[in-house]
Design a protein around this ligand. Sequence first.
Ligand code: SAH
Ligand code: SF4
Ligand code: F3S
Length: 479
Amino acid sequence: MHSPILDLDFIDSRTPEQASATSCDTKVTEETNTGRQRKLYIESYGCQMNFSDSEIVSSILFEAGFDTTSEAANADLVLLNTCSIREKAEQTVRHRLTQLQHLKKKRPGMVVGVLGCMAERLKKNLLEEEKMVDLVVGPDAYRDLPSLINEVDEGQKAVNVLLSREETYADINPIRLNSNGVSAFVSIMRGCDNMCSFCVVPFTRGRERSRDAHSIVREAQDLVKQGYKEVTLLGQNVDSYKWQSEDGVEKVNFAQLLERVALISPDLRVRFSTSHPKDITDEVLYTMKKYDNICKYIHLPAQSGNSRVLELMNRTYDRNWYIERVDAIRRILGEDCGISTDMIAGFCSETEEEHQDTLSLIDYVQYDYAYMFFYSERPGTLAARKLQDDIPLEVKKRRLQEIIDKQREYSQIRNQLAVGQVQKVLVEGFSKRSDEMLSGRNDQNKVVIFPKQHFKKGDYVNVLITDCSVGTLFGEPVH
Ligand code: SAH
Ligand code: SF4
Ligand code: F3S
């Protein structure tokens, strides 16, 4: 089930279905046919926040007269919503732009735009580097898209990469793209104020700002009315969510927001991503414990198991702090709570002993799964300016492989613990391999496959887990 490692830059120990806030894959648009004049094709790369932004962009452009299409070849406007997190992510987009160039030659009127983090990082230089690009728009400037497209229609190239301290797109009702109609992502904040030394996000997404709590609750309520059963609250660092009303009377932190969303309906599952180890509070953990419908799963990226490396990374916690937070999760939510991580192998000056600390942290925590990367220097970041990227590529790759091998053992062990348990699974659709089998997720975000019987998408089913692989659980419905 787990494919051999082809892409050493992005490695995911889970099945594609389990990929969440930090995964790198691509999604294209579904068709909307409401008879609008022009057709938009949008492709998203990078994290879930980009996928969520594409839904906002589709909504803004729907109002401006665009239907969506799933075929770039049918589109009047092709947008790539891009990611800059690692060099490989940018290479993928450049490769895609080359492919689109051929299409554009065949369709001279077609407008090609780059959105998202690469647009923000490279700004108008992107127009010089990629001559066929007509439009460059950063993550906080999507409201300006209709007028920028007008400029392009008039024969100019158009750029808006202004970052904002306020924009949260709170009032925009996203058009759900590629939705299974069961689970949806809801953006609760934008930007990031942490300055992890390896990370480009603060530069591409700007300052952290939290979205109006009422608009978040309203969006989740609307989703419930439309039949959705699960929402994932998204932010780079959800635990630092903080919103207050204009008069300053109402103040909402992340634990309180989580509670408000959980109270919408006991039938609505609530998830969130990503938690930062320095900010996750016991209050959040107790709120999770209090509500059955808040899923017992936390993505808690460690990045490294060594305190000196964590300091160089500017993560603002050390190994002991991280372990204390994991202990708190286990103490308050029990051993069953799923925990996953992100790890970076071969950060600047990391020694073999320090790498061993990352392996021993994996032994300590026994993660359910992990996203694992080797360090990729990003221009302009603190690390690029102050530290030397001095670990040879071969060493980075070997260390990464050791991390992956260890993690795979624990993914298997953690999945094995589920065998024999009856778990509540929310059905998302048919299994990829057979229409006789359904695929859903348990509380810990693990994919569970079981015989269809009379069940359907959107049902909660109690499933006795009978078997597992590294990435998937298998079972039988119990009545
Ligand atoms: N906000 C999240 C992470 C967002 S980026 C957090 O703080 O955990 C997703 C993941 O990409 C990071 O957790 C990190 O593991 C990885 N990453 C970020 N920059 C990287 C770089 N320069 N090289 C390799 N991996 C990187
Ligand atoms: Fe990047 Fe750190 Fe912010 Fe995560 S918390 S987005 S790793 S700067
Ligand atoms: Fe996300 Fe990539 Fe930007 S991970 S925030 S799309 S750099």
